[in-house]
Ligand binder design. Structure first.
Ligand code: ZN
Length: 149
């Protein structure tokens, strides 16, 4: 009986580890520079909902070195970033009601964390999606690819 319990527990640990690997939750770190900790996120449509957890490991406040995570079609990045600049910090540097924006998080500064969840079922496996930071001037360097599989 004791052995049986151990086997069950062992199985639970393994299956938890496996589901974490092919996760629908992603951890992305940023800091006091213009870089995401990863420049590619591969997410499965089967997830239904994908969550991006963004952590700012730097020290600078958000009005100086703020970062967010904005998802658009590749073709919309420049226009969305430009419109976001004039939207200002209070609007997370995203134009209010911008239909080109698929998902976006709030702007965070050093020591802060945030997350954004979005429905991936509506996205296409054959289109190019880019995530970037819409803080003024950051989108040139702070960007990555969302690969939908
Ligand atoms: Zn940024």
């Amino acid at each position: 009986m004791k052995i049986f319990v151990k086997v069950i527990l062992g199985y639970a640990v393994i299956s938890t580890a496996l589901s974490a690997q092919s996760s629908c939750d992603f951890q992305i770190a940023v800091g006091d520079n213009l870089q995401f900790s990863q420049d590619k996120v591969v997410a499965r449509k089967a997830c239904g909902t994908v969550t991006i957890n963004l952590k700012h490991e730097g020290k600078l406040p958000k009005n100086m070195m703020g970062h967010n995570w904005v998802l658009t079609h590749a073709k919309d990045v420049s226009a969305v970033a430009t419109d976001g600049m004039s939207a200002g910090l209070n609007n997370q540097y995203v134009k209010a009601g911008d239909s080109r924006v698929i998902a976006f998080s709030e702007i965070i500064g050093g020591g802060e964390e945030t997350s954004v969840s979005f429905n991936i079922e509506a996205l296409s496996t054959s289109e190019d999606y880019i995530f970037f930071c819409s803080f003024p001037g950051h989108f040139y360097a702070m960007r990555g690819i969302l690969d939908v599989t």
